[in-house]
Ligand binder design. Structure first.
Ligand code: NAD
Ligand code: UDP
Length: 345
């Protein structure tokens, strides 16, 4: 069945939707879009990497509620007594230095946390969407990455707590679906950026934009020839909502990402041009297991969801830079990340 925009809007209105990780970068944009479409939204977050500032606009709505809890722990009665139509699980630190800061908690968030949320979905009959990641492909031997590719992940490396956690979470989701406990959808999200990325986050777009605006050295890890495919947040959120609304038989995992691949050096050059910054580019050692290249095959999302990204890197970066400029005026950039805990080879 095709899912046009009107159909998606009808499907969201008047639903009660739980968004775990709703105070984070992607989660807060998702909550805003769901509330705007008429849903009642409960955001569940432990504020590990989320920000209360992301919820300021949402908290003005009577259709928005915040529950502060850690999904690694049994969920509070305030949630388990409720009936939800849909549950989105976005709860998990996504930035390498942040998810590596407490790897055990990161792994448990994906495994125990997803299990707790799946049990809640089963109990109340909610449809469940897991935000998995392109990291399940590891350092890929197949390019571009298609959903049938099983990946090349180092299960003992510093990224494993995140990559293997997401892989195990996917396993839980598909077993749950096969056992007839409820409907699940799994999105494999590729590098998403946009307003509300924290300048403290440590991911490449937030680092480079913060550094360029502060006229600080721009840190490129390795020689900058590694690639990523950057998707603007509004496009990713639209893909997630369409996937949740998809009514066909279990589609399996679906890549949500922008197929335009760029080297990190190219990304830096675009940011330098758009900001007019005179920052110098400095090269730092490449972190261990840093994937060499990443580009989604989005044929499945195009066919099933009639979805493809609408925002170019230049358009998305303009909006991101404008947001960072406003934020920088409120909270000056704390400086280059000398304390980035990523292990290098
Ligand atoms: P983020 O760090 O901004 O948001 C994660 C949110 O989850 C935060 O609000 C954090 O406080 C919360 N959280 C973390 N652990 C929790 C726990 N145990 N209990 C309750 N809340 C917890 O990251 P993001 O970029 O918004 O990513 C959101 C989701 O999308 C993540 O699951 C991530 O793996 C996935 N994803 C994101 C990207 C991306 O490029 N942004 C790419 C692939 C996958
Ligand atoms: N990177 C970089 N400089 C930075 C931060 C990251 O060159 O200040 C590189 C990093 O080594 C990786 C790419 O940019 O090759 C994307 O990193 P990010 O942490 O954003 O996400 P990843 O895709 O690695 O999870």
């Amino acid at each position: 069945m095709s899912v046009g925009k009107g159909t998606v809007l009808m499907k969201t209105k008047d639903k009660t939707i739980l968004v775990a990780g709703g105070a984070g970068f992607l989660g807060s944009h998702l909550c805003e879009r769901l509330v705007a479409e008429g849903a009642r939204v409960v955001c569940l977050d432990n504020f590990l990497t989320g920000d209360r500032g992301n919820l300021v606009k949402l908290q003005r709505s009577s259709r928005f509620e915040l529950v502060e809890a850690d999904i690694v722990e049994p969920l509070p009665a305030r949630l388990t007594k409720r009936k939800f139509d849909e549950i989105y699980n976005l709860a998990c630190a996504a930035s390498p230095p942040l998810y590596q800061a407490d790897p055990e908690h990161t792994l448990m968030t994906s495994v125990l946390g997803t299990h707790h949320l799946l049990k809640l979905a089963h109990a109340c009959g909610a449809r469940f969407l897991l935000t998995s990641t392109s990291e399940v492909y590891g350092d890929p031997d197949v390019h571009p990455q298609v959903e049938t590719y099983r990946g090349n992940v180092n299960c003992t490396g510093p990224r494993a707590c995140y990559d293997e956690g997401k892989r195990a979470a996917e396993t839980l989701c598909f077993d749950y679906d096969r056992l007839g406990r409820g409907l699940v959808r799994v999105a494999r999200i590729f590098n998403t950026y946009g307003p509300r990325l924290s300048s403290e986050d440590g991911r490449v777009v937030s680092n480079v934009v913060s550094q360029a605006l502060a006229s600080e050295d721009i840190t490129v890890f390795g020689d900058g020839s590694q690639t990523r495919s950057f998707c603007y947040v509004a496009d990713t959120v639209d893909g997630l909502i369409r996937l949740m609304a998809h009514d066909g038989p279990q589609p399996g995992p679906v890549n949500i990402g922008n197929p335009v691949e760029r080297t990190i050096r190219e990304l830096v050059d675009v940011v330098l041009t758009l900001t007019g910054s005179s920052s110098e580019v400095v090269f730092r050692p490449l972190p261990i297991d840093d994937p060499r290249r990443r580009k989604p095959d989005i044929g499945k999302a195009e066919r099933l969801l009639e979805w493809s990204p609408q925002t170019t890197l230049e358009q998305g970066l303009r909006a991101t830079i404008a947001w960072f400029e406003t934020e920088a005026a409120k909270k000056p950039f704390a400086g280059t990340k000398d304390d980035d805990i990523r292990l290098t080879a």
